[in-house]
Design a protein around this ligand. Structure first.
Ligand code: PLP
Length: 347
């Protein structure tokens, strides 16, 4: 197992600060019928008159069981956006530290870096959309705190190889954030079961994609107990509202949903790709382990506009490096996919 001292990575102001202690943190006996007069809540029942559980205990217990991790290895946030922001705030010193991101990739990492006054060092993926290991190692310096890996990667759709991820975990002496937002659509397994092996590994997942709850805003972060403790200390006390906690539990309980969705998307994606191959304006279809595909076309701007006039909105990713004339198409319902194909046929 890798040795890694998280203590030296925590920003000094965060190490020194005293966290907010809420009424619900200080008194936690939920087994007995108590009269709660400790949080200045309105006592009359509206269904939401009480503050939510600041530690989301029930939701974490369910996740821990399903994902085979400890509840103390889970942090829940208002979308992945929040949990990733907390990682910056806990471990990166503004105006002196830097992180490494690997474009073309998810845009939020660089937004969060800018927001937190952290230099974002971009190392392009290779032509087959894998991390450029050599160049990453050359870019790392003493102030490099985090490398962001997105696998399956958005917008390219592919997973990074196990060798590449393992190499970075072994050879980079900082934190590796692995964004697995699309892992439930992938053929590869999640890295969750390697958490105990790599104390510098942080995994983010979300209920926004496979679970179909983008509107709920629930992001999940898994890491060592020590890392979670730091993030827990600095999160907003009541960051997940009562309705979100309840809805997340109800959806997670039905484990078949995930399996069925994953099977449906794999099949729909296969059909879509098979048909798209027949169109002459489609130059390349990149392999996808996600619920979207990236395709290179003859003229992305033109094809995008043509689709919009037919009431179909895809994402033009041409502005991204290595993605010239590329469109990203999310897999829709079987009915929607059929309409997309018919529309493309008539272009
Ligand atoms: C969609 C997506 C997310 C999800 O973000 P939420 O804030 O949880 O909705 C995270 N990472 C990547 C790469 C994504 O594409």
């Amino acid at each position: 197992m890798k040795t890694f001292n998280i203590d030296s990575f925590i920003r000094s102001n965060i190490k020194a600060m005293k966290p907010y202690s809420s009424a619900r943190d200080e008194f936690q006996d939920f087994e007995h019928e108590m009269i709660f007069l400790d949080a200045n809540e309105n006592p009359f029942n509206t269904g939401l008159n009480r503050y939510p559980d600041p530690q989301q205990k029930k939701l974490k217990e369910l996740l821990a069981k399903q994902k085979n991790v400890k509840t103390s290895q889970i942090l829940i946030g208002n979308g992945s956006d929040e949990v990733l922001d907390l990682v910056f705030r806990a471990f990166c010193e503004p105006n002196s530290d830097n992180v490494i991101t690997l474009p073309p990739t998810y845009g939020m990492y660089s937004v969060l870096a800018n927001l937190n006054a952290i230099e974002n060092r971009e190392v392009l993926l290779t032509n087959d959309f894998q991390p450029n290991i050599q160049q990453i190692l050359e870019t790392v310096d003493n102030n490099t705190k985090i490398i962001f890996l997105c696998s399956p990667n958005n917008p390219t759709g592919n997973c990074f190889t196990e060798e590449n991820i393992t190499f970075l975990l072994d050879n980079f002496d900082g934190l590796v954030v692995l964004d697995e937002a699309y892992i439930d659509f992938a053929q590869r397994k999640s890295w969750l079961q390697k958490l105990n092996e790599y104390p510098n590994l942080i995994i983010s997942q979300t209920l926004s994609k496979a679970y179909g709850l983008a509107g709920l805003r629930v992001g999940l972060l898994y890491a060592s107990e020590e890392i979670i403790q730091v993030l827990n200390k600095i999160k907003q006390p009541y960051n997940i509202n009562t309705l979100s906690q309840e809805k997340a539990i109800n959806v997670l309980k039905n484990e078949d949903v995930l399996k069925n969705i994953s099977t449906l998307f794999t099949e729909e994606k296969r059909k879509l790709i098979q048909q798209l191959l027949k169109f002459e304006f489609v130059k390349e279809i990149y392999p996808s382990d996600a619920n979207f595909i990236l395709i290179k076309v003859d003229d992305a701007k033109k094809r995008y506009q043509e689709l919009v006039t037919k009431n179909i909105v895809v994402r033009d990713r041409s502005s991204q490096p290595l993605c010239e004339n590329c469109l990203r198409i999310s897999i829709g319902t079987p009915e929607e996919n059929k309409i997309v194909l018919e529309t493309l046929k008539n272009l």
